[in-house]
Design a protein around this ligand. Structure first.
Ligand code: BTN
Length: 285
C-alpha cells in the first residue's frame, strides 16, 4: 500500500500539467530538509532556470514570516518553494502565490477560502496556509524570488501555541484541509493545481512586463485584474484589526489596499496610516 506520508513524486511528475514550473528536473524532492526556501535559494545560485520547485515531507527548520519558525507534522503538510525570476514588481508575488493557493484548495476541497492581509490563507477564519516570499538578486542584478508555501493538508491539530504573548489551543487559530473536508486530502492533487495556477498567473505577468500595453504600470490590465481578484478575497478589509509590528501594535479599521498591496488603516484619531508589514489580528465577527 502507498505510504501517504511520503509524497508520491513519480505520480506527481507524470501529472503536472505545467510548461516549466516543476517540470522534469525542475522538480526537486527531498524527504526531509532544513527549509525548502533555503534550499531553493541555494539552488538558484547553481542553476539558472526559473520554475524550479523544491518539495519535502518535513522541514527541520522551517521558516515563517517575521523571523518565526514554521513547524510541520512530518508527512502531513504541503511544503513547497518555487523559484521565479520576475520581471514585474515583487509585491505582485504575494498576490499570485496566495491566489494560486486559493484556487488549488477551492478546486480540490470545494470550500470557500479567504485571505488575511498580506498572505495568510484562511478557511472558516482559521489559518490553513502560510506563505513566505524571499528575494535576492543574481550576478546580473536580476530579481530572484522564492515563493515558499506551507499548507496544513492532513492530520488533526493538537497542542497549544503562543499568540501575542498568550497560550491558545492551536485548533482555535489554525486548521487543516482534512479537518475542513472531513477526510484526508491528496497532497499531490493539490500540488498539481497549485503549480498550474502559479504558472498561469506568473506567465501572464511576465508577458505583460515584457510587452507592456501602455507606458504607465498602473494601467497594466493583467496586474490590475490580479490585484482586484486578490482584494476580493481579502477578508481583512472593512474590519477592525490590530497589526502587530514587533513590540508595537497599531489598531484601526482596514479601509483599503493601495496599488502596492499595502494596507490603509483608519485609526480612531481619523488618521489614515499605510501598513507595509506586520502580523494582522482579526477581531471575531
Ligand atoms: C508564515 O509565517 O505564515 C509563513 C510560513 C511559510 C512556510 C513555508 S513552508 C515552505 C517554505 N519553506 C520555509 O522554510 N518556509 C516556507
Amino acid at each position: 500500500m502507498q505510504d501517504v506520508t511520503r509524497l508520491n513524486i513519480n505520480d506527481l511528475r507524470q501529472a503536472v500539467g505545467t510548461h516549466i514550473v516543476g517540470v522534469g528536473t525542475r522538480l526537486v524532492y527531498v524527504p526531509e530538509v532544513e527549509s525548502t526556501n533555503t534550499l531553493a535559494m541555494k539552488l538558484a545560485r547553481e542553476r539558472p532556470e526559473e520554475g524550479l520547485v523544491v518539495l519535502t515531507d518535513s522541514q527541520t527548520a522551517g521558516k515563517g514570516r517575521q523571523g518565526r519558525r514554521w513547524v510541520d507534522t512530518p508527512g502531513c503538510n504541503i511544503i513547497s518553494s518555487t523559484l521565479l525570476r520576475p520581471l514585474f514588481p515583487p509585491h505582485l508575488l504575494v498576490m499570485i502565490a496566495s491566489l494560486a493557493v486559493v484556487e488549488a484548495i477551492e478546486r480540490v476541497c470545494g470550500v470557500q477560502v479567504a485571505l488575511k492581509w498580506p498572505n495568510d490563507v484562511l478557511v472558516a477564519e482559521r489559518k490553513v496556509c502560510g506563505i513566505l516570499i524571499e528575494t535576492s538578486h543574481d550576478q546580473d542584478g536580476c530579481l530572484v524570488a522564492v515563493l515558499g508555501i506551507g499548507i496544513n493538508a492532513n492530520g488533526q491539530l493538537q497542542g497549544r501555541v503562543e499568540q501575542k504573548g498568550m497560550e491558545v489551543e492551536l485548533a482555535t487559530v489554525a486548521t487543516t484541509l482534512e479537518i475542513v473536508c472531513g477526510h484526508p486530502v491528496s497532497r499531490e492533487e493539490i500540488l498539481i493545481h497549485l503549480l498550474a495556477a502559479l504558472e498561469k498567473e506568473y506567465f501572464a505577468l511576465q508577458q505583460e512586463a515584457i510587452e507592456p500595453p501602455v507606458v504607465t504600470s498602473w494601467a497594466r490590465p493583467v496586474a490590475r485584474l490580479l490585484r482586484e481578484r486578490w482584494q476580493s478575497h481579502l477578508t481583512t478589509l472593512g474590519r477592525t484589526i490590530k497589526v502587530h509590528q514587533g513590540d508595537s501594535v497599531v489598531e484601526g479599521v482596514a479601509e483599503a489596499v493601495n496599488d502596492n498591496g499595502e494596507l490603509l488603516l483608519r485609526r480612531d484619531s481619523g488618521e489614515l496610516v499605510c501598513i507595509t508589514w506586520g502580523v494582522v489580528e482579526h477581531f471575531p465577527g
